[in-house]
Design a protein around this ligand. Structure first.
Ligand code: AMP
Ligand code: FE
Ligand code: FE
Ligand code: ZN
Length: 282
């Protein structure tokens, strides 16, 4: 049977509810041969995932998901086959996680200003002792748990979504900085979920040209938020611009409406292409 991979998976060291061990066991259940662990701004799940994966027979591709900004709009950049133990790389990620903590505190201050009393300690409890990388999904889940909203989505539309009253911008890298962090750690950089990018000011083609100039090497063609038409469009762009193709579920455990792990499966040959483009070729 053809080997398959899910190249976009979060764990509870960032904003998924699944531990690295649970992610690996779930991946095995979904008959995935390989998964890329791509937590926001942290690689803390990779070591425990590799340990469990040895027994489960799942290959772990060391990855990360960084946030960058073009014209005030957020884009996400995935890094694959990174030397995740590299000391300079680790230091950069620590800085990003520190900035996330400060931002989360500021969001809570704003919510408190609106009469919604949430404590930082409660947020840490929701995020779990494992969590390195605090994000809005944790705050959304806290708002839900405290009965302030009827669902996670409402937390974003009412309070913490972009342009909502308690929204605070995240410290963001420039695309070139994000690509360079990944490149310096030997990895391959890929534009994540292009469907979610705001293309009102700049069309996707123009954004892609900037990113390619900055050294981006691939585009996430397959993703849970992409329908077949979207994926076809992104595949055409990948071919036009000579970009590597990736795909993944962007599973956040139970943090999103459903468990997405294994809902997007890509042929293993895409993994081989990523590996060849990386410095380590591990
Ligand atoms: P952050 O990195 O802290 O800005 O948070 C981003 C996280 O929030 C990602 O996991 C997104 O999928 C999630 N998110 C952003 N906007 C929404 C929304 N409108 N509804 C549900 N989740 C969202
Ligand atoms: Fe996330
Ligand atoms: Fe993302
Ligand atoms: Zn993601």
């Amino acid at each position: 049977m053809q080997k398959v991979a899910d190249l976009h998976v979060h764990t509870n060291v960032s904003d998924s509810t699944f531990s690295p061990e649970k992610v690996v066991r779930y991946a095995r259940m979904q008959r995935l041969d390989a998964i890329a662990i791509t937590d926001h701004d942290t690689c803390a799940a990779i070591a425990p995932a590799i340990i469990t994966a040895k027994d489960a027979g799942v290959e772990i591709i060391p990855g990360v998901e960084l946030t960058a900004e073009i014209d005030d709009d957020e884009i996400h950049i995935l890094g694959y086959f990174i030397d995740w133990q590299d000391s300079l790389f680790t230091k950069k990620l620590e800085e990003l996680c520190r900035a996330r903590k400060e931002r989360a505190k500021e969001i809570l201050r704003r919510l408190n200003g609106q009469g919604i009393d949430l404590k930082y300690e409660d947020l840490l409890e929701i995020a779990g002792s494992n969590s390195d990388s605090l994000g809005r999904l944790h705050i959304a889940n806290l708002l839900y748990k405290k009965g302030k909203v009827s669902c996670v989505k409402e937390a974003f539309t009412k309070y913490i979504g972009n342009n909502s009253p308690a929204y605070v911008k995240k410290f963001k890298l420039s695309p070139k900085e994000a690509v360079d962090i990944i490149k310096d750690a030997g990895g391959v950089s890929v534009l994540a979920h292009p469907k979610t990018i705001n293309t009102e000011i700049k069309p996707l083609k123009d954004i892609l040209k900037i990113l390619i100039n900055d050294g981006i090497q691939g585009i996430e063609v397959y993703h849970s938020d992409h329908n077949t038409r979207d994926s076809n469009e992104f595949k055409k762009l990948a071919e036009e611009y000579g970009l590597l193709i990736t795909g993944g579920s962007d599973c956040h455990g139970l943090g999103k409406k459903e468990v997405l792990l294994g809902k997007v499966k890509v042929p293993y040959e895409l993994v081989e292409k990523l590996r060849s483009a990386s410095r380590l070729k591990i």
